[in-house]
Structure formats: C-alpha cells, structure tokens
Design a binder for this molecule. Structure first.
Ligand SMILES: [Zn+2]
Length: 214
C-alpha cells in the first residue's frame, strides 16, 4: 500500500491563515504531512508527499501527480489523503466554529471506509481536545451549535461529501481532512501546540493503519 499525502495550498495562497497570522495553513499542513510520512514509514507503510514545494500547486497538477503514482503502483494499492485546516470565514476575523471533519467525493466508495477509520481514530486521539472543547464552549469559545467531531450522518457514515477536485480527480480512494479551525482562537492554539500536532498526526496514522489492516 502506498499512501499519497497532499498538503493544502502554498506560500502564495492568499487568506489561508489565522486572523493573527500565527498559523499559516500551507506551512502547518506541510509540517503535519511530513510528520505523517515519517510515522507511516516507521510503521513500515510506504508514503509519499506529492507537494514538497512551498508554492501552491494547481489542483489539476496535484491530481496528475497522484494518478501517475496510481498508474505506477496500481490504483488498488494506493490511497490519497489531503491535509487541511478548516476556516469559517475569509474576512480575517476570529470565528466561533470549531471541530474536526473529513470529506470524500459523493457516493459510496472505498474512500468512505477510509474516512470512517479516520473519524473513529480522531475520536480517540482528539479525546483530550474534545474534553477541553466542552469547557471552552461553556466559556464562549465555540457557539452552541459546535461539536468537536463534525459529521454528516445523512448517508449513514460520518464523512461529509463534496466535489473537491482532489477527491473527484484522483483514481484511488481519496479523503480530505479538515483538522479544526484556523480562524477559531482556541482551535488555533491547539493546532500550534506540540500536543495538538502530535494528536492530529496520530489520528491520521492510526486511521490509515486501521484501513489497511495493520
Ligand atoms: Zn485548506
């Protein structure tokens, strides 16, 4: 099995950052992707990053790189995981949304199984985050509609579905994770903490290991 890791955006992508610019999504996603690659390799799982440049690479080119790997290694031997942090708005203001979620393309595919593995492991690895979430929610850090593990159960599983180019344009099972909100102050603090980074890497490692049966 080859894990194809994509890290969202680039240094030249405007607006993908926390309102105070302490968290830059492209930089954070690259750090998580690199740690994920290292830890998968430590578990004996082959993993490659398709965007090692700091600049933004077009969605079409990301798909082309992933599909070239599918052709080389066999599509059934590959999975694709794109690493992102969420945002509730792009206006440079702090927001009250928070939580973790995962996306797949519409319809039932193997990606739904991978997404469910990741969602289940998120509930384990981010349990301390969730505990804090409820305390901070009572203090107003998150509005009362927010939950730590966001899910769309309308089709019987927890993933959200969207026609994101990297999900519909890649041949192998593909998921995109939105790990917490960069424009929520509490989420951002967690995303930048060593504890938070470790937990987010861990949920991806363990979810992938579960999916591939290791
Ligand atoms: Zn993003």
């Amino acid at each position: 099995m080859l894990v194809i890791i994509d890290n969202g955006h680039g240094v030249n992508t405007a607006g993908k950052c926390s309102p105070d610019k302490r968290l830059l999504e492209y930089k954070w996603a690259r750090e998580i992707a690199q740690l994920l690659q290292e830890q998968l390799k430590a578990h004996g799982v082959k993993a490659v990053r398709i965007v090692t440049e700091d600049t933004d690479i077009s969605l079409k080119e990301r798909c082309r790189r992933a599909n070239a790997l599918c052709d080389k290694h066999g599509t059934s031997n590959c999975i694709f995981v794109s690493i992102h942090a969420n945002a509730a708005g792009g206006d440079g203001k702090w927001k009250s949304a928070g939580g973790w979620c995962v996306y797949t393309s519409p319809g039932k595919t193997k990606a739904d199984e991978l997404a469910t593995c990741l969602w289940n492991e998120a509930n384990v690895a981010l349990a301390p985050y969730a505990e804090r979430f409820h305390v901070l929610q009572a203090q107003g850090a998150y509005d009362n509609k927010q939950v730590p593990f966001r899910a769309d159960w309308s089709d019987g599983d927890p993933d959200y579905e969207a026609r994101f180019t990297v999900l519909t344009g890649t041949k192998c099972p593909a998921v995109l994770t939105e790990s917490l909100f960069q424009d929520n102050k509490s989420d951002m603090e967690y995303l930048l903490s060593e504890e938070g980074k470790a937990a987010i890497v861990k949920l991806h490692v363990n979810g992938i290991l579960k999916y591939i049966g290791k």
